[in-house]
Design a protein around this ligand. Structure first.
Ligand code: XMP
Length: 327
């Protein structure tokens, strides 16, 4: 009678550390029962869901887990480094780190169409993951950070945007320990597992990463401008106490230039667009009223610290008519 993919009607919401500890204890037992002495593979992006699954599996089966972190070159500043620091150094996990930046950026060179960019990133991700997993022997389980909204809305945001997902290899049995949890519950569990606060509170980040914010054909210098400006925005939002309050905020660098003046000389450089939105379900969104002094400070820093940028704009458009991302 019990469908393992449906949340039981009497399942309490996980809100407190004690509830999270109870969930963790129960999952550790269930994971050990499912996996036995087998080996598990996990694609660890560093997002909340896969990070919590990794931490649960490390607790349950330790060295029987192998994590693969593919850096597609479209990660935010410091993100891959944090994955290595937390999972390899602090938690002692088996972690295979693949820097596939050149592969992805070479494949994407000159490609301006948003859907083609997404397809290339999705397909290349699967290829890299398959190549790496083929080098491993004796793996019988594939762990995934599926959460309850992914099951409820199988045609929802992730399914709509992410091309393909991970290979559904018939040889692997799926391990999905957080499949009955909502996002806020996953965060409570992550905190109880001791993951760093900035990892637990991470805002949603699209699978194709900064690639959809480097509008049009991606170039390395414009991608660097997206990454550096995003890091400044996050730093200033944290200082202003906005990071836990605003749902999603990031920068975009469009593929055009305008005239400006820098150090007394004419410049012809890119603008950086700031976006900060609030939403319940990402289907519609409103724009955050960022205090003017915060916007001015961010503008000052981006125009002085990010090479190739001479203007900063704030996107005032709700969804609809704009989508949250620019591509
Ligand atoms: P849009 O731009 O459609 O975005 O208003 C809605 C939410 O989805 C995120 N998003 C993605 N998530 N893969 C994902 O997993 C993607 O390709 C993708 N594109 C957009 C976006 O960041 C926002 O939170």
């Amino acid at each position: 009678m019990n469908n393992p993919n449906m949340r039981p009607a009497d399942m309490a919401r996980i809100e407190t550390p004690a509830q999270a500890e109870a969930f963790i204890a129960q999952q550790v037992e269930a994971l050990r029962a499912q996996i036995g002495s087998g080996k598990v593979l996990l694609a660890l992006s560093g997002g909340v869901d896969s990070s919590v699954v990794a931490a649960l599996l490390i607790r349950a089966v330790g060295q029987q887990l192998t994590c693969i972190h593919v850096n597609h070159g479209l990660m935010r500043k410091g993100e891959s480094e944090q994955v290595i620091e937390v999972f390899q150094r602090q938690l002692g996990a088996n972690l295979i780190y693949i820097d596939a930046t050149d592969r992805f950026l070479n494949k994407l060179a000159g490609v301006a169409d948003p859907e083609t960019k997404r397809k290339i990133i999705g397909a290349e991700f699967i290829r890299v993951f398959e190549e790496e997993s083929a080098k491993l022997t004796g793996i019988s389980f594939l762990a995934q950070g599926t959460i309850y909204p992914d099951i409820l809305e199988s045609d929802g945001i992730k399914a709509h945007h992410n091309v393909g997902g991970l290979p559904k290899d018939v040889h692997f049995e799926l391990v999905e320990p957080v499949r009955l949890l909502f996002k806020d519950e996953v965060r409570v569990v992550g905190r109880a597992l001791g993951l760093p606060e900035d990892m637990v509170n991470r805002q949603p980040f699209p699978g194709p990463g900064l690639g959809v914010r480097c509008v049009g054909a991606i170039t390395r210098d414009r991608l660097a401008a997206v990454r550096e400006s995003d890091a400044i925005l996050r730093e200033e939002f944290a200082k202003a106490g906005l990071s836990g309050k605003v749902w999603q905020y990031f920068t975009i660098v469009p593929d055009f230039k305008s005239t400006g003046i820098k150090d007394g000389k004419r410049s012809f450089e890119w603008p950086v667009v700031l976006r900060a939105v609030n939403t319940r379900d990402a289907m519609s969104a409103t724009v955050e009223e960022v205090p003017w002094p915060v916007l001015l400070r961010i503008t000052d820093r981006i125009t002085h610290e990010v090479p190739g940028v001479n203007r900063v704009l704030y996107d005032l458009t709700p969804k609809p008519t704009g989508t949250i991302e620019w591509e």
